[in-house]
Design a protein. Sequence first.
Length: 83
Amino acid sequence: MSRDAMATANPEMLFADGFDEALMGFAERAGGLCVAAYDRSRCIDILARDMPREEAEEYFEFNVIGAWMGEQTPVFVDTRPCE
């Protein structure tokens, strides 16, 4: 799903720069607000192209997941099976 197509659901939707390949679609928050949804593992894979995997995971947790930008902040979905 493209950013343009998703913006029809919410014109104020925020996107995570550099992670378009990991964009899954959108998720609905309470109250009907639609926000961008990304595949967590694919985001880390993208970061790991330029740094060791462990660093990519730490960077992702601190700088991406930890970047609250208000209610429009994207969500990151973990697609791994629960253990």
